[in-house]
Design a protein around this ligand. Structure first.
Ligand SMILES: Nc1ncnc2c1ncn2[C@@H]1O[C@@H]2COP(=O)(O)O[C@H]3[C@@H](O)[C@H](n4cnc5c(N)ncnc54)O[C@@H]3COP(=O)(O)O[C@H]2[C@H]1O
Ligand SMILES: Nc1ncnc2c1ncn2[C@@H]1O[C@@H]2COP(=O)(O)O[C@H]3[C@@H](O)[C@H](n4cnc5c(N)ncnc54)O[C@@H]3COP(=O)(O)O[C@H]2[C@H]1O
Lengths: 141, 141
């Protein structure tokens, strides 16, 4: 096992490409977003603009927390709110030139990272699953 | 970096102990479960019995998928269903004697693993975050 080698791996061979990534847009209602999340089976997905640039990400907890009333989650309010009112815009991202070393450090605290080109166009995502699989292969043969 | 060393690490120093883990019981309504999930901020948590033995786990996607109608997620049905009707009982688990080698292989496909003693009593959970942190330390110093 040569640790220097695995950390210098470029991320691009391991990302889930953009066309396979479920996403929503900032203007969508939370009802639409929750339907996309439910049908895709994922708990968090990227938010893209109409030109496929990355804007942020939205998760089911962000939605349910926004609807949390005094006694229950008020799902009847799903139609009233939009993605842009609850999405996160401050998550760290990777670019197409980054390597596993940077990805691994960030994946400690984030289940996936969005990858963009230099213009901010969305390229895909790098997930914890993919890096764990590679580390498992390198460390355990 | 000595890969043999890190994989032989016993998991017990790294688990989130049971008393810090959010959980629900099989007889709870999905409404109660979704409230616990929302307040804890987690997307999936263990299901324990009244003697704190591990029964399975429940996630937000399992709940929303159970409520998915033809056109929308039917949240009004949350009170009608219980945790035991949607929870997963077949997820792999670890015991207090296991090491990182086994945990790493399983965490490729599972965000966290429940840990039990030999009698099936819940001890805590081992998360992807914890193992990524350890691997990052060993591989990158
Ligand atoms: N349909 C499916 N088939 C097989 N396994 C599934 C699955 N859905 C979820 N999982 C498993 O559950 C983990 C957590 O999924 P979650 O949706 O919370 O968290 C996901 C989700 O937020 C996002 N993600 C992954 N693939 C995506 C995609 N194609 N489109 C949008 N977001 C995606 O990246 C996070 C981490 O993904 P990761 O693969 O590391 O980890 C996944 C994977 O191990
Ligand atoms: N309150 C918080 N503070 C800081 N970071 C937070 C957080 N809530 C979530 N995260 C971050 O988001 C990741 C995914 O959380 P999720 O709830 O989907 O997935 C979680 C959740 O299903 C479960 N889990 C973690 N801690 C738990 C706890 N104390 N009780 C019950 N379940 C827990 O294990 C999964 C993986 O956890 P992991 O730590 O690897 O990964 C966590 C962590 O990196």
């Amino acid at each position: 096992f040569e640790n220097k080698d695995v950390l210098q791996t470029n991320i691009m061979d391991y990302i889930i490409p953009g066309e396979k990534v479920a996403f929503v847009q900032r203007g969508n209602s939370l009802e639409h977003a929750l339907l996309v999340l439910t049908k895709s089976g994922y708990t968090a997905i990227p938010v893209l603009d109409t030109k496929y640039r990355l804007e942020g990400l939205i998760s089911i907890p962000m939605i349910t927390e926004a609807l949390l009333g005094l006694e229950r989650v008020e799902f009847e309010r799903l139609e009233e709110l939009t993605v842009e009112q609850v999405m996160a815009v401050d998550k760290p991202r990777l670019t197409i030139h980054d390597h596993f070393r940077k990805a691994l450090g960030l994946l400690i605290n984030h289940p996936f990272l969005c990858v963009t080109d230099e213009e901010g166009h969305f390229e895909g995502i790098l997930t914890r699953r993919v890096i764990l699989k590679q580390l498992n292969y390198y460390v355990d043969g």
